[in-house]
Design a protein around this ligand. Structure first.
Ligand code: NI
Length: 394
């Protein structure tokens, strides 16, 4: 079966490159993937899949029916959105949309999703159960998975697979991570409320800027003393605003930040801990505060048995040398984790690095992809799906 899958993928390789380049030159922002969705719907329906458009706002669901209809469905999720970045590559197929770029490789993900559908649709014998391809919008704004789930895409799903490109591993390699792949990411907003006054008479005012500075410092110091250092977390205040004039004491300062953690207990404890610190700094100075803590995406925990299926499939396909075990999780976020609240899942990394030139990171205006990775991604995904079904019916 593996050689058959490889052969089909090799046959469609030029078409896959063409698809990826088309997507790359026509990037669309989160929630606006209308052209991309129409294109994806066109390709999948031409291969006979049952296609539903406008799922999760601008998402597409394409189903490949299996031999048996009573088995839980295998979902394969890829994301479609691009970023508000002006592309600075010399590529002939660089973005045609000013200020918008596929700088996170979602064009590759979509191509791999399409390629896997094209390959699996061409097998002589259908897979045992139904495979549902989810082409998700708005991953970058952490909204798309929620929209898709709300529209019922996880109904009857028994397992879900996904992928994300990684420039730090060589093109055509596959990265496998057991356990947590990405972090829980929450949004934090703190407003310090003081009292305005003359800059020369601080004792008659409550200086919200001075208190905000203490809040930030105390939060960062407290992390090192109150959290288990073996359980990673990071708090970043990325935006601060307040004050109107050099000689007027500010009565209001707003701090906006992001909080990342890996362990559920840490994640659980964060809002109370932050509030305690903010309250303990504000109180002695008679300042008030408002605190808004918004839960974002949870930690992405790869399911052990699905991870093993993908690892074995990739190793059989490419050999040990091209399969890397990833030893450290990332504190980045990925809304694929939301699907895992409904079914076990696994996201693998697809290496897209070049060996002979510098590799720019994700979200960089010069980010480029080693396109040799596309067939690797397609074969890995398609063969992992086949191995999954073999295991389900055995
Ligand atoms: Ni991404």
């Amino acid at each position: 079966m593996l050689s058959h899958i490889k052969e089909i993928a090799e046959n469609i390789a030029p078409r896959l490159i063409e698809i990826r380049r088309h997507l790359h030159s026509h990037p669309e922002l989160s929630g606006q993937e209308y052209q991309t969705a129409a294109y994806v719907a066109g390709v999948t329906s031409s291969y006979g899949l049952h296609v539903q458009e406008l799922v999760g706002k601008t998402g597409v669901v394409a189903e490949l029916p299996g031999a048996q209809t009573n088995l839980p469905i295998l979902a394969i999720r890829t994301d479609m959105d691009a970023l508000p970045i002006a592309e600075c590559t010399e590529l002939e197929y660089a973005s045609h949309q000013p200020g918008i770029m596929h700088a996170c490789g979602h064009d590759v993900h979509t191509t791999v999703g399409l390629g896997a559908a094209m390959v699996l649709a061409q097998l002589e014998k259908p897979l045992s159960g139904t495979t549902r391809f989810l082409f998700q919008p708005a991953e970058e704004t952490a909204q798309g998975a929620r929209w898709m789930i709300k529209d019922g895409v996880m109904q009857d799903v028994g397992a879900i697979l996904g992928l994300h490109v990684l420039p730090t591993i060589p093109g055509s390699s596959v990265g496998i991570r057991y356990g947590a792949l990405t972090a829980a990411a929450d949004d934090l907003e703190i407003i310090i409320l003081g009292e305005s006054g003359h800059g020369a008479r601080p004792h008659e005012a409550i200086d919200a800027i001075w208190i905000a500075a203490q809040v930030i410092t105390t939060l960062q110091q407290s992390i090192s003393r109150t959290h288990n250092p073996l359980r990673p977390m990071v708090l970043t205040i990325g935006q601060i605003s307040g004050g109107r004039a050099p000689n007027v004491i500010a009565d209001r300062v707003k701090l906006i930040g992001t909080v990342r953690s890996l362990h559920p207990e840490t994640s659980e404890a964060l809002p109370n801990w932050i509030e305690r610190i903010v309250a303990s700094v504000c109180q002695p100075h008679n300042a008030k505060y408002e605190l808004i803590y918004r839960r974002g995406t949870p930690t992405l925990q790869n399911d052990p048995s699905l991870t093993q299926i993908v690892e074995l499939a990739a190793t059989e396909a490419w050999g040990r040398d091209r399969v890397q075990l990833i030893h450290e999780p990332s504190l980045g976020a990925e809304d694929f984790s939301l699907y895992l609240e409904h079914a076990p899942g696994m996201m693998f990394r697809l290496g897209i690095g070049f060996q002979d030139r510098p590799n720019y990171p994700l979200h960089h205006p010069q980010f480029e992809v080693n396109e040799a990775a596309i067939v690797t991604g397609v074969v890995t995904m398609a063969y992992a799906a086949w191995c999954y079904w073999r295991q389900v019916i055995s």
